[in-house]
Design a binder for this molecule. Structure first.
Ligand code: NAI
Ligand code: 15L
Length: 286
């Protein structure tokens, strides 16, 4: 992925990666939990970091720009993508919700993002997909990337839509995407499930930077977790983008192993965990 000469900030990268740094990188969802965490960690891969969210991101650093923008606003999205070399797309509904809410940001929003990328000439998107695309598999079952999707809610379905949109825009228009099926990105593992699903924040940075800078990825989906001993998900694709996680949730086992969902409930049995306890949202028919 290349669209410019390296910036001074990119000098912390390996020499081969410096040549791949992005001129203007767009971070959507920049005011959210992961956006705020990644924001200071992305300067090393770009000359300008364009922050966007429907909420303001606060005071800007010298190499930052901001455009408050709703993903559902097609015209604003077309404007947002002007001059953007690559996107880290974190924006959107991030938990299970009624369908219309999920659809607005995660279906229409993703459509606007890809259309704006096509029209502006943006060549690379790193898409924050989710483990909830496969959340109805039993915990403990080992999954490859190509397994039949089993989403655990509208949110998981919306992330599959994003993955398919990514494939469409690669096959038809040559826009590359790495879809990251992120597990649980938190400072520390929070419960027994996270012994399998945890993605440390340092590994999140490694994963996103690898997905941004790897050459010739086409359209690729990978699971986004640390090097967890208890992982359920395959490491396929990690070598392709050069992702080498350094953390392992196992170190927290004795502290979190007892933190579980109600025994035998879908939340305890299935990979999506507590999301299996959310919904349905519609009132019963009279
Ligand atoms: P978050 O909910 O904290 O942040 C999402 C951001 O998107 C918010 O700041 C929100 O204002 C913004 N947003 C929502 N709808 C929008 C719209 N229509 N227009 C503009 N901005 C909008 O979520 P978090 O935890 O930071 O996650 C970031 C991304 O990573 C999300 O796409 C989420 O689905 C994905 N992900 C996160 C995981 C995690 O462990 N935190 C796990 C798997 C996926
Ligand atoms: C997600 O997709 C959510 O965005 C995040 O809030 C966590 O709940 C995570 O999955 C998870 O499954 O732990």
């Amino acid at each position: 992925m290349t669209d410019s000469a390296p910036s001074p900030a990119s000098q912390t990268l390996a020499p081969a990666q410096q040549a791949l740094a992005v001129s203007r990188l767009l971070l959507t969802g920049a005011a959210g939990t992961l956006g705020r965490l990644l924001r200071p960690r992305l300067h090393r891969v770009c000359r300008q970091l364009l922050l966007s969210d429907r909420l303001s991101c606060g005071a800007l650093a010298e190499t930052e720009l901001e455009q408050v923008c709703d993903l559902t606003d097609r015209a604003a999205m077309l404007q947002l993508l002007q001059g953007v070399g690559a996107v880290v797309h974190l924006g959107g509904v991030s938990v299970e919700n009624p369908f219309e809410q999920v659809a607005a940001s995660n279906l229409h929003g993703v459509f606007h993002l890809y259309e704006a990328a096509r029209l502006s000439g943006c060549r690379r998107i790193v898409f924050a997909s989710s483990n909830h695309t496969i959340g109805c598999y039993e915990q403990g079952e080992a999954l490859q990337v190509g397994v039949k999707p089993r989403p655990d809610g509208y949110y998981g379905v919306s992330k599959l839509f994003g993955e398919h949109m990514a494939q469409l825009y690669w096959d038809r228009y040559g826009i590359e995407t790495v879809c990251l099926r992120i597990g649980s990105a938190t400072p520390e593992p929070e419960d027994r499930r996270a012994l399998s699903t945890w993605l440390s924040l340092d590994d999140l940075e490694r994963l996103v930077v690898a997905a941004l800078l790897a050459p010739d990825v086409g359209c690729l989906t990978v699971y986004g977790i640390s090097a967890n001993t208890a992982a359920w998900w395959s490491r396929e694709g990690w070598d392709r983008i050069g992702y080498a996680p350094q953390d392992n949730a196992e170190a927290w086992r004795s502290r979190v192993e007892h933190i579980t969902q109600p025994p035998e409930s879908p939340m305890d049995r299935l990979q999506g965990g507590r999301f299996l306890g959310l919904g349905p949202f519609e009132a019963q028919e009279p």
